[in-house]
Ligand binder design. Sequence first.
Ligand code: SR1
Ligand code: MG
Length: 422
Amino acid sequence: MEFEAFTASALADYLGGIAEVRARLGDPDDLEVVEVGDGNLNFVYFVTNAKARERSVVVKQAPPFLRLVGKNWPLSCQRMDHEVAALRRFGALCPQHVPQVYHADGKRFLMVMQHLSSHRILRHGLMDGVTYPLMADHLSTYLAQTLFFGSDLYLAPDIKKQAVGGAVNAELCRITEDLVFTFPFEEHPSNVYSPALPKSALERLRTSDALRMAAADMKWAFMNHAETLLHGDLHTGSIMVNERETYVIDPEFAFYGPMGFDIGALIANLLLAYFSRDYHGRLDGGDPVAYQEWLLEQTTRIWNGFSAKFLALWRDHENRSGRPFIGGSADSRAVDAYRAHFMRRLLADTLGFAGCKMIRRIVGMAKVAEITRIPDAELRAQIEVRCLRCAEALLVQRNALTDIEDVVMLARDMARDALAQR
Ligand code: SR1
Ligand code: MG
């Protein structure tokens, strides 16, 4: 079927024709439709019953092109099928942190889902300096459950291989391969540099062999290490929060990839928030440091919480099955030694991916609001340089940074160094 963006009344009529959705929303004549999509890929509508505003849903529809660019960048609409399948899978694994899908229509490339009306996008909350007391606990649970239960540590080998095949998402993976791992490291026409960003900072991306090799290693891992079903785009714009709840949305980039890619995306975005706080935290004349420390504390709590929960799931599963992944008996010393080794390698991967994700948001085409909304070109460039230097250190030193406290210290040093240079 040809793609057609809905008019408000056509969408209301369409929803009225789906019994389950109509039961949630009520009479189509009472529906208010607002297009709110500010994302890079899709159309997103809030549909609300004007007479009973608690009755509302979100409708998400995939146009056959990249919305950020337009019809010149065609994309298949089947990406909506990936998103629906991933939401259902992650929803089964971690229902408290994944919105419900009420209806999916593969022919119209759309889905109808839970409206998180009392939550906001985490990126926006972080820009406003809001603290979320349960966020780190929730996100570490989400990561542990989704990453563990999709992997060979839990699934039978044949089931896992079927799952890998079923989750192939070549088109959207290609976007990541290009925009995250390739274009930022070359002179590519899609790159966008902020006006005062020093040439020397860009040159490092092209000329530092250690950095280039580290980024290439991460690209290889992304393309070849089918470890688990990933969200695939877990930045702070893919998370909705309030004081009590945390939801992970938008898994259209889901595929079987390396675990560290999701964790790294999240940590990268917390670090972007950390460095850009030097602007946002001074907006009301305040001192950014307290909130920056809160961001670093969340980074620590997310990694440490994830690590403890993931290891607990792993131990528990092996104790129940009596079959350690490495074979032999469950109480052998090698079992624990292997788990510790696995987590060290996963942290190194996480940091490498975090570095690539930070770099792409500074020099690539798809940027983040905490950076682009800094109006002073000089200050923006200073903050961007700090992000790039931190990203480079994460990539190059990823095997030497053996715990998350090292990462936090490194970020603090980068911020301090930069202050000293003023
Ligand atoms: C070309 S699409 C740009 C970016 O938007 C998504 O959120 C992904 O991060 C993608 O790389
Ligand atoms: Mg998205």
